[in-house]
Design a protein around this ligand. Structure first.
Ligand code: ATP
Length: 515
């Protein structure tokens, strides 16, 4: 048994870089020494409320400094943290609270009405953090903590114990709680910054990805704290707001999902260059090569695309400076992690395929989660022969570069032929009038499924082609079974809380076309 706590990430940063600014949140600037003291003070408050080892704290907060304060307080108190997606309904939040057997919900006051409703439905007590609007009666964590002495350190845990439970978005059935251990999360933050990204304490990182999601939490927040850098929080991402903050704070590192890269490009028409920006990381969904190339040219930078899931802490592979980058791939497995391709049709065992063959991506190593909370069957389906089955299809070439072909569940089967939406999206993204595109299968009497491309026009590009012109353009570039027979224009694509396109929502929105 090895003693290890994710709380060490902040504790060590406070020891090594006490006077460095850890977090910028609007006008608020908090050093590592201050943040760690505040976290220990909240941790004492949590102990006061009966939350310690063996207990679970849910955290509902936007990207404000109270997020890391409470997150590290709960870890320092020895509790498990359940970050709650901000865009869930009260019912969905109540489900997360019940399913995770949460003992206490810490709710930022900006989310009070929905948080209070969810807590009541789940029968979970609630305390708030943040400024309380006048006339509202709540129990405040600040007040509880003020009455007690801060903890002197964090409560030690075991490396293999659960530190954080991430709820999956539920595209594959009921939302499940993925159990991430202290070891998983400490290692992922560490390998991301020191090995894959070569981050430094002088780095200023834009924290625009939601902190409740694994990408923003491990890669942006914990990674920055691991190296002693500065995290500049942005509550609501827009391309313009991000550029403004990046210029003002001299941001050197940007992490984002593809939608954010598109947002920055759209906002960048008259924007000045970002001279201090040295590293950009994309993940969470596939970044069309056309977008990557435009971004590199516009901002004179190199985007490193990575790949992972909530279940893998999240990073499994990434393009890394020491291997060189290859656009359209997600690079190599990160240090200490194995990524292979397995036969996708075998459910109960793993049979690895040779280099170059298409199959299911399987992952093994320090980043792989311990299982789904209270779901032995789902765990047994996901963890087979010591490997984690990702549900994604991909290839790995002779030199180790991994390419994601698509999610297994997003494949469109048109007339018996498998079509990978990502390939069609890549091609359409090259059209100068297209800002964003998502390809889905829609029911079709003749072919079973038909290929439909849902397109957002580029407001800075040339006039958009008509639907039939765009179909014709795609027909000239894609095989007969692949090019879209339907084009729909939308003003925006439906996004999940982590800014990823929600294909299931899109399928619901775009029903079959009237005959
Ligand atoms: P769900 O919980 O239903 O799986 P989610 O998107 O919320 O949905 P995450 O763990 O955040 O779950 O996302 C993991 C998925 O994101 C991967 O399985 C993969 O399909 C996709 N993904 C992540 N990075 C990339 C990438 N670089 N290229 C293509 N797909 C990616």
């Amino acid at each position: 048994m090895t003693a290890l706590s994710l709380a060490m990430v902040l504790a060590e940063a406070a020891r090594r870089h006490p006077d460095t600014v850890a977090v910028v949140d609007g006008d608020i600037r908090v050093t590592y020494a201050e943040l760690w003291l505040e976290a220990r003070s909240f941790a004492a408050g949590l102990h006061e409320l009966g939350v310690g080892p063996g207990r679970t704290v849910a955290l509902l907060a936007p990207n404000v400094v109270d997020f890391p304060r409470v997150y590290y307080a709960a870890l320092a108190a020895g509790a498990v943290v359940v970050p709650v997606h901000l865009l869930l309904t009260a019912d969905e939040m109540a489900y997360v609270l019940r399913d995770s057997r949460t003992d206490l919900l810490v709710c930022h006051t900006s989310q009070l009405s929905i948080g209070a409703e969810a807590a009541e439905r789940a029968g979970v007590p609630l305390v708030t953090v943040g400024p309380v609007p006048g006339g509202v009666e709540v129990r405040r964590l600040e007040e509880v903590s003020d009455g007690v002495a801060p903890l002197t350190s964090y409560v030690t845990r075991e490396a293999e114990e659960t530190a954080v439970v991430f709820y999956t978005s539920g595209t594959t059935g009921a939302s499940k709680g993925a159990l991430l251990t202290h070891l998983n999360l400490v290692m992922n933050a560490t390998v991301n910054v020191f090995d894959a990204n070569d981050a430094r304490s002088a780095d200023v990182v834009l924290g625009c990805l939601p902190l409740f999601h694994t990408f923003g939490q491990t890669v942006a927040m914990n990674g920055t704290f691991r190296v002693g850098g500065t995290l500049v929080l942005l509550t609501r991402f827009t391309g313009c707001a991000a550029i403004e903050v990046m210029l003002r704070e001299g941001v050197t590192v940007f992490h984002g999902v593809p939608t954010m890269y598109i947002g920055l490009l759209t906002a960048a028409v008259d924007a000045p260059t970002l001279p201090r920006l040295r590293l950009c990381v994309s993940g969470g969904a596939s970044l069309p090569v056309a977008v990557l190339e435009r971004f590199n040219a516009t901002f004179a930078t190199t985007v490193f695309e990575g790949y992972g899931l909530s279940e893998t802490s999240p990073t499994a592979t990434t393009n890394q400076p020491h291997y060189g980058t290859r656009a359209g791939t997600v690079g190599h497995p990160i240090w200490g992690v194995e990524v292979e391709i397995a036969r996708p049709e075998l459910d109960d065992r793993i049979e690895l395929l040779p280099a170059g063959e298409l199959g299911e991506i399987v992952i093994r190593g320090h980043n792989v989660f311990a299982g789904y909370l209270g779901r032995p069957e789902a765990t047994a389906q996901a963890l087979v022969d010591g490997w984690f089955r990702s549900g994604d299809l991909g290839t790995k070439d002779e030199s180790g570069f991994v390419t994601i072909v698509d999610r297994k569940k997003d494949i469109v089967i048109r007339g018996g032929f498998n079509v990978y939406p990502r390939e069609v999206e890549e091609e359409l993204a090259r059209h100068p009038a297209v800002a964003q595109v998502a390809v889905i299968g829609v029911p079709d009497e003749v072919h079973g499924e038909e290929i439909c491309a849902v397109v957002v026009r580029d407001p800075t590009g040339p006039p958009a082609p008509t639907e039939s012109e765009l179909i014709e353009w795609a027909r000239e570039r894609l095989g007969r079974h692949k090019y879209p027979r339907q084009i729909r224009y939308l003003d925006a694509l439906p996004m999940g809380p982590s800014h990823k396109v929600l294909k299931r929502e899109l399928r619901r929105l775009i029903g079959p076309r009237a005959p």
